[in-house]
Write a protein that binds this ligand. Structure first.
Ligand SMILES: Nc1ncnc2c1ncn2[C@@H]1O[C@H](COP(=O)(O)OP(=O)(O)OP(=O)(O)O)[C@@H](O)[C@H]1O
Length: 231
């Protein structure tokens, strides 16, 4: 099936608002080395929806998120993010934020600098000190990310995703390494993103938690995405 038959292709110049879908994937395949990781992923996600992405270890969740963030190019198939072709790296990166499982921070920048830098990259201004307070990191503002604990790095990455509030926000294992308060914060901040109309994809092994902010659940199995039944 060809997406181009049903959609007017967007370029970086055309506004994404023409597409009611945040994600449209058609028969996406991805090979890494000798392994075929994605085997015909087809998925439609309306703008503003919250999706929980489930699957066993090694199922390909992180890989799929990287494809959606334009960090990996599909071997074949078609994909659009807010109407932009997935292969249009620049447009996709302008609209998509990926919070990776390891937080993806600059280790030699402080907490404040990491947030300032991310905002500057998107031409945004925001209350960085307030965001650090919100995630309980006010005292770590001046510490380099490399000297933060895994849970503190996660909180910093969460503050960044929340400040950026990109129209499509992809979150890989947001609950890992967090204490109870941290997990509640994830739910609170990701919930606020949803309220602001952000499309959210959460890869997680905790469906009960993730579905509180991303109610529709899909499962990656054998390289394909299947709709998960039941609440
Ligand atoms: N750079 C790479 N080169 C080759 N294979 C890779 C590469 N990165 C990941 N893989 C393989 O892709 C498959 C999917 O990995 P991925 O990290 O996407 O799984 P996951 O569903 O996120 O797993 P987990 O729940 O353990 O985080 C695994 O078999 C992994 O070995």
């Amino acid at each position: 099936m060809s997406l181009s038959t049903s959609l007017t292709p967007s370029t970086s110049d055309t506004p994404h608002a023409t597409s009611p879908h945040a994600l449209q994937l058609r028969d996406l395949w991805l090979r890494l080395g000798r392994e075929v990781i994605l085997r015909g992923v087809t998925l439609d996600v309306p703008a503003g929806e919250g999706i929980t992405l489930l699957g066993e270890n090694g199922a390909g969740k992180t890989t799929l998120l990287r494809v959606l963030a334009s960090g990996l190019r599909p071997t074949r198939g078609e994909g659009r993010v807010l109407g932009y072709d997935l292969r249009d790296n620049r447009a996709v990166r302008d609209h998509v934020h990926l919070m990776p499982v390891d937080a993806g921070l600059y280790p030699d920048l402080t907490g404040t600098e990491n947030l300032d830098f991310a905002l500057r990259m998107h031409g945004q201004h925001a209350d960085v000190a307030g965001a650090l307070r919100r995630v309980g990191l006010e005292r770590a503002a001046g510490r380099r990310a490399r000297f933060l604990s895994a849970g503190m790095r996660k909180r910093l990455a969460l503050a960044r995703a929340w400040l950026l509030a990109r129209p499509v926000t992809l979150v890989d294992e947001p609950f890992a390494n967090l204490d109870e308060g941290g997990r509640a914060l994830v739910l609170e901040l990701l919930g606020e993103l949803r309220e602001r109309g952000v499309t959210l994809v959460v890869a997680a092994h905790e469906p009960g938690l993730a579905r509180q902010v991303a109610p529709r659940a899909v499962r990656l199995a054998a390289g394909r995405v299947e709709e998960e039944r039941g609440a």
